[in-house]
Write a protein that binds this ligand. Structure first.
Ligand code: AOF
Ligand code: ZN
Length: 363
């Protein structure tokens, strides 16, 4: 390898490499590592699958001889013996001289790598592209800090004037074909994919991953309803193949349960959306992608339950229709908190904007 990179360019590269683990490493974080000697890349790698080798080990394997090298990695190298041996010790044994880290690892069993490296006499720097590193692993960081509910991301595809569907209720297709490929890639990285009742019944979506990245664990489909759900939907008919959960209000639970009996759908009562999220986390769902519709997204926004928005903006105007973010209580400009813009991308004719309510930066 002959690429010459500065340390911050190498960190950008590590973050990009880390994305190679999307859909494969959760509940572990996404991690990429680049080894530099005199600015030349001598090895690189990423954590590619849950339970398998960590990024630093993959990079060391490529370099063969890493004596005197600098290791650039988006997350603090682990100090623990987990499913794999500690990366911090491997870096020391390989003769690495300097380690540049994006952010500390908040998980109690794995952290401590920085102290280990410093004690062994290595030069350690932390906080290079820290915000990018935090945005990369937002669901993982959230799961450590807030184990009470999943990290919730909304995905919306709207016209430039903010409509999810036209005045006739049609939502297929607001966005272009490139955006649709992106959505299948996106779904692979979430433990759950959800919609409200109206979207489930109007669009009759499959909510499955049909893209280039097959997820390690099939995302659970989740429907929020207050009342029942039609039986002849894709979601219901395929519930034996793809795990499907329907949350209903306690008053309609028995009726919904009887109506969908034998379908394979798991029907759970929940007093509200927050209770449903808590129940999902208890079932091991650490990240949830909400795909609509407007009512569900508006309600979750109103309750401050959306942590990230993937917003695909198509260059069309619809004038009227279903709004992605319905009426909210007014906020004066002076009081409007800014969301953190964590990505902007061109996707064919569309534009993707990714915003996070707040970044999970270490204290
Ligand atoms: C690193 N490099 O590439 C990753 C790290 O069970 P294990 O051994 O796979 O350890 C999982 C934990 O290690 C995970 O929760 C996180 O704290 C850390 N992940 N650390 O040094 C890596 N993926
Ligand atoms: Zn490790």
């Amino acid at each position: 390898m002959t690429d010459r990179l500065s340390e911050s360019e190498a960190m950008r590269r590590a973050i990009k490499l880390a994305m190679g683990g999307w859909g494969r490493v959760a509940p572990n974080p996404l991690v990429g590592a680049v080894l530099l000697r005199n600015g030349s890349v001598i090895g690189e790698g990423f954590h590619a699958r849950y339970g398998e080798q960590h990024a630093e080990i993959a990079a060391l394997a490529v370099a063969r001889d890493a004596t005197g090298a600098t290791c650039v990695v988006n997350l603090e190298p682990c100090a623990h013996q987990g499913k794999t041996p500690p990366c911090a010790s491997a870096l020391v044994s390989a003769g690495v001289k300097r380690v540049v880290v994006g952010m500390r690892d908040p998980s109690p069993d794995a952290n401590g790598g920085l102290e280990h490296l410093r004690k062994a006499g290595l030069d350690v720097e932390v906080g290079v592209l820290a915000e990018e590193a935090a945005a990369l692993n937002a669901p993982f960081l959230w799961s450590v800090r807030r184990p009470d509910r999943p990290f919730v991301a909304a995905k919306v595809a709207t016209s430039l004037d903010g409509f999810l569907a036209d005045a006739s209720g049609r939502a297929k297709w607001v966005s272009g074909v490139e955006s649709r490929d992106f959505v299948h890639w996106l779904r692979a990285g979430f433990d759950g994919i959800s919609v409200g009742r109206k979207t489930a019944e109007t669009d009759d979506p499959q909510l499955t991953v049909r893209g280039a990245v097959p997820p390690r664990v099939t995302p659970t489909r989740v429907v929020f309803t207050r009342g029942g759900l039609k039986k002849d939907l894709h979601l219901v008919k395929t519930a034996r193949e793809v795990p499907t959960v329907v949350f209903t209000d306690p008053a309609s639970h028995a009726q919904t349960d009887a109506a969908l009996a034998g379908s394979g759908v798991e029907i759970l009562p929940a007093a509200g959306r927050e209770d449903a999220l808590v129940a999902l986390r208890t079932k091991g769902i650490r990240s949830l992608l909400v795909e609509g519709g407007g009512n569900l997204i508006t309600a979750l926004m109103q309750d401050d339950l959306i942590d990230r928005i993937y917003w695909i903006q198509a260059p069309i105007f619809l004038g009227s229709g279903t709004r992605a973010f319905g009426d909210r209580s007014p906020t004066l400009l002076a009081d409007a908190g800014h969301w953190a813009v964590t990505d902007r991308q061109t996707m064919g004719r569309d534009t993707l904007l990714v915003v996070d309510r707040e970044l999970c930066l270490p204290a």
